[in-house]
Ligand binder design. Structure first.
Ligand code: FAD
Length: 303
């Protein structure tokens, strides 16, 4: 039996490679100081979907909601083996909290043919781990969170091992299911050279328009529109047009999107900057390391 997988992926600021001032004066995140990357555990979710496809067949669709630049992680997914890619981008998504985000994503997933929905356990920026479980609720399907191993997939039954902090739990359920996947689940594959060659020119209509405007700075709006339509039709024929949906295409009720669909209100933001007060050099020897460990134990930093 073949299984269709839908993987939800998010482009996030790389919180490990901070290159400047992370916070603006108004308390918002200065995204230009942080390179944008594929949320790490979403790569594990994608890898699990690709392994399912490799073993049983079926299609892998990746979906992201974000700004036009998020198309980069959709292309990356195509390079790794995904079959379809959808970008949900719309100004009306702005200010969406996790409830609104999961609602919008649920509308998009409902338009897809799926047996298994996969999310990363958690995004490294928002860090709530709420979107996966909320999405399962909205789809009305079973969820298995914190998946570290897919043990068995047999007909319409799935068995998975989930991390419960101080051990693991093996659970079994009927499809369809939503799983949130941890970094222990697998080692994500790298992009395949052949697929990179095939999909390097894959892009969204917004990207096509940006490029055409840059190439034709004196063209009028009607000409640009025609050129974009022509280019997009050509890309679609070759399977290189990344789908771009706005909220109208998802069929989402606007009352549940953006600010009006977001009950979370941020009352105060505090920027905590951990500055090193002093540094200490450790001798690169067993003696130096033992000394450091003893010091950390004495200071009750480790036990
Ligand atoms: P988690 O719940 O930790 O993510 C778990 C998994 O869900 C991910 O690994 C991934 O598989 C999936 N997932 C999460 N988000 C997405 C996504 N966007 N697309 C596809 N899959 C996804 N963010 C903005 O970008 N713009 C805003 O204007 C904005 N306004 C906000 C306003 C408020 C009041 C609040 C509270 C938050 C706002 N956010 C905004 C942040 C936004 O709500 C979260 O980034 C988003 O809901 C995801 O939550 P998370 O990062 O905690 O993801």
């Amino acid at each position: 039996m073949a299984y269709n997988c839908v993987v939800l992926i998010k482009q996030v600021p790389d919180t490990k490679r901070i290159t400047g001032r992370v916070m603006n004066d108004d308390g918002t995140v200065n995204r230009s100081a942080l390179p944008a990357i594929f949320n790490p555990e979403d790569l594990n979710a994608l890898e699990l979907a690709l392994q399912i496809k490799g073993k049983f067949g079926g299609r892998v669709t990746v979906i992201t909601m974000g700004p036009p630049a998020a198309a980069a992680i959709l292309r990356d997914s195509l390079f790794r083996g995904a079959d379809d890619a959808i970008l949900i981008t719309d100004q009306r998504c702005a200010a969406s909290d996790t409830l609104a985000t999961s609602y919008i994503l649920s509308c998009a997933v409902k338009k897809s043919d799926y047996d298994i929905v996969l999310c990363g356990r958690q995004a490294i920026d928002g860090d709530t781990a709420q979107v996966g479980p909320q999405l399962a609720e909205k789809l009305g399907i079973t969820q298995i969170t914190y998946v570290e191993e897919l043990t068995q997939l047999n007909g319409k039954t799935i068995t998975a091992r989930r991390n419960i902090g101080n051990g693991w739990q093996q659970v079994q359920t009927a499809l369809p299911v939503l799983m949130t996947v941890t970094s222990q689940a697998n080692e994500p594959r790298v992009a395949a050279a052949k697929k990179m060659m095939k999909y390097k020119n894959a892009c969204t209509p917004i990207e096509v328009e940006k490029k055409i405007k840059a190439e034709n700075p004196n063209a009028g709006e009607a000409d640009i529109k025609e050129l974009v339509a022509h280019k997009c039709a050509g890309l679609e024929k070759k399977g290189l047009l990344i789908k771009q949906w706005n909220l109208d295409v998802t069929g989402a009720d606007l009352n549940w999107c953006g600010q009006s669909g977001s009950p979370t209100k941020v009352h105060r933001i505090q920027s905590v900057v951990l500055a090193a007060k002093e540094s200490k050099e450790i001798e690169p020897s067993d003696k130096g390391i033992s000394g450091l460990i003893n010091e950390l134990i004495e200071d009750k930093i480790i036990a």
